[in-house]
Write a protein that binds this ligand. Structure first.
Ligand code: BG6
Length: 364
């Protein structure tokens, strides 16, 4: 049942305020403003490294969480896509933990990487949407993501719920390792509790994004750039667009653009700039200006102040609500999803069942 929407993907994008609130409620005490993990979770104070692995969109959620674990918990992170991690000769550590992320819990590559980590003495945890899945069954610790069933092949609400779960795990790790103060934990939890309202706010840009998507649909290629936690969002934005609109798209770390990809910029290449007003804002904007100086069409995605500061000469802008700077991916996921969705509907591609893709891939 699409609940009045044209596609499951649209329904799932619009469900996000509700499912994000639900996921938060699984981890957060809203009165004390503290995070609680399921019993028997990692002993974070003892962990010497956390290895994170997944595929596709779930991998990008993991990549965002690397920034969180490093900043909030000072925990060394190893991260790779499951299909590579599985075959690498990883020098596993004695007190290592491994964290896998999967919506379906059935992805063969992720399961193989999990078994490799277990064979090497790592304690195994998963962030998983389907509690009775193969990956859940083979895990020591299960972190629920509580997104509800996701039908659209391109992951949307599962991604934001993965991010919420991972943020909570990283905050708990930060407390256990004595890095986050009580006040810092409370500030982050306050930021989390605001997310359902801010995601609702972000969804209001839907009509505006549909207009922009009509131009994007004519492009033969699109770039996405971002820095810090927005770098994985650039990768996710490009993946989403490729998956459902079949337009060639690439995500880059903003700073890498000048080391090669900028050669491709001309007046026909739209470039989405994911630029929340965090510590990296100025640098990312100067990368955007490099693009504009070469006639690239910059689409600036930022908050009201960010657009006022840097949006004047951009080809187009999308406004997002202001959020805790480290939690911005959970908000910026919305315009990124809507842009892919409306580009695909403009082109008339099969949004829920894109060609060549399956919801869960059970071969390696
Ligand atoms: C892919 C799907 O093949 O599997 C992606 O098309 C998904 O959308 C990836 O992100 C991982 O799936 P899962 O179920 O392990 O999260």
């Amino acid at each position: 049942d699409k609940d009045g929407h044209r596609h499951f993907m649209a329904k799932e994008i619009h469900e996000q305020p509700e499912v994000i609130a639900h996921t938060i409620s699984r981890y957060v005490d809203p009165v004390a403003k503290t995070v609680h993990l399921p019993k028997g979770s990692f002993d974070f104070a003892r962990l010497d490294r956390l290895t994170i692995s997944a595929c596709g969109t779930a991998y990008y959620a993991g990549l965002v969480s690397k920034y969180w674990f490093e900043k909030w918990a000072r925990l060394p992170i190893e991260i790779d896509v499951a299909s590579e991690l599985r075959y690498r000769d990883v020098p596993w550590t004695a007190n290592g933990g491994a964290l896998f992320i999967s919506q379906s819990g059935e992805t063969a590559d992720t399961l193989a990487a999990l078994r490799e980590a277990r064979a090497n003495g790592q304690q195994i945890a998963t962030v998983v949407n389907v509690p009775e899945s193969s990956i859940a069954r083979e895990s020591d610790i299960i972190f629920p993501m509580a997104a509800g069933p996701e039908i659209g092949v391109a992951s949307t609400k599962a991604f934001t719920c993965q991010l919420v779960s991972l943020a909570c795990i990283a905050i708990a790790a930060g407390r256990a390792r004595g890095v986050l103060s009580v006040q810092e934990e409370q500030d982050l939890v306050s930021g989390l509790l605001e997310l359902p309202r801010l995601v609702t706010e972000a969804l209001k840009q839907s009509d505006h994004i549909e207009t922009i998507a009509r131009d994007i649909a004519k492009a033969t290629g699109v770039f996405y750039i971002g820095r810090g936690v927005s770098y994985p969002m650039a990768l996710e934005g490009a993946l989403k667009l490729k998956e459902i609109s079949y337009i060639h798209a690439e995500g880059y770390a903003s700073g890498e653009l000048k080391h090669g990809p900028i050669a491709l910029i001309d007046e026909n290449l739209p470039i989405a700039v994911i630029a929340p007003m965090d510590a990296h804002f100025e640098k990312t904007i100067s990368n955007m200006q490099e693009v504009m100086a070469r006639d690239g069409k910059a689409l600036l995605i930022s908050c009201k102040d960010g657009i006022a500061k840097a949006g004047a000469k951009a080809w187009a802008t999308i406004e997002t609500p202001k959020t805790h700077p480290m939690l911005s991916p959970i908000i910026y996921a919305v315009p990124v999803q809507l842009l892919a969705y409306f580009t695909a509907t403009t082109k008339g591609t099969d949004v829920d069942q894109p060609r060549n893709l399956a919801k869960s891939v059970t071969v390696e």
